[in-house]
Design a protein around this ligand. Structure first.
Ligand SMILES: CC(C)(COP(=O)(O)OP(=O)(O)OC[C@H]1O[C@@H](n2cnc3c(N)ncnc32)[C@H](O)[C@@H]1OP(=O)(O)O)[C@@H](O)C(=O)NCCC(=O)NCCS
Length: 223
């Protein structure tokens, strides 16, 4: 399946809720911000490793300005009604110096957790990444985040995963490494007409995660 700008897929969660998965666009700012407001403080901390009482304008821009190649995000939205809230987002940011590896992250709003959405988002993210020549996901995760670790292990048909506990640090961050299974159809070539957000809006892009030190935490890129 091609996960490109035209991609849109409907799924039914375990509680019957119908959701649509598609690529996140810059025009999803409002929806993304509404979803962020519906994350509990605990979920925010697990995703961003800080209390994050609010999302600054700049972070909102960084998190919604994807280029669908080096920085890609999948958004889930409710199909029925007019709920303008993102139910969950999974994203990867490719590492500059090891471009077959990307830093991955995911968050699902609390009221929609444990219904299969996190797994759905991450398996779709894996597919999009493999199409773009990414063979490995890296993710930082708090040692006590059992849901995050279980989510990783539930991906076994798509990836072999391991957890590295090499870095004792105050935040007790673990490194999850997932080796993605090869894609039988091979890797797509990058469409040259594809937008490159980083070239045009350097201030708005995510930093190389390997230099930020805290995984997919959004900070400024230096290019
Ligand atoms: C981690 C997170 C994305 C999981 O999303 P979710 O929609 O609840 O996950 P799913 O319902 O798809 O469950 C995936 C697996 O994890 C298990 N799981 C999820 N939450 C769990 C919990 N709180 N306790 C035990 N198991 C849990 C499920 O049973 C499932 O396993 P299975 O496929 O073997 O049945 C969600 O808890 C979240 O957004 N947390 C805050 C942000 C975060 O921690 N992100 C990860 C680090 S970037």
């Amino acid at each position: 399946m091609r996960i490109d700008p035209g991609y849109s897929e409907l799924h039914r969660l375990s509680d019957g809720t119908e959701v649509r998965l598609r690529l996140l666009r810059a025009s999803d700012r409002g929806k993304f911000a509404a979803g962020f407001r519906r994350l509990s403080p605990e979920s925010r901390y697990r995703r961003f490793f800080s209390l994050m009482p609010e999302l600054s304008e700049r972070m909102l821009r960084q998190l919604t300005l994807t280029d669908d190649w080096d920085h890609l995000a999948i958004i889930a939205e409710r199909v029925a009604g007019d709920d303008a809230t993102s139910l969950g987002v999974a994203r990867y940011v490719r590492l500059r110096y090891t471009p077959d590896t990307a830093e991955a992250s995911v968050a699902v709003i609390d009221e929609m957790q444990r219904k299969g959405l996190g797994r759905l988002l991450v398996t779709t993210l894996v597919e999009a990444a493999r199409e773009r020549g990414i063979h490995r996901f890296r993710a930082s995760i708090l040692a006590e985040n059992e849901a995050g670790k279980l989510l990783l292990h539930s991906l076994e048909e798509h990836a072999t995963a391991r957890i590295e506990d090499g870095h004792a640090n105050p935040a007790r961050l673990l490194q999850l490494i997932a080796q993605l299974r090869p894609r039988p159809e091979g890797v797509r070539r990058r469409d040259q007409s594809q937008r490159r957000c980083c070239a045009r809006h350097a201030d708005d892009c995510l930093v190389e995660p390997e230099r930020s030190g805290v995984g997919a935490c959004p900070v400024r890129i230096d290019r």
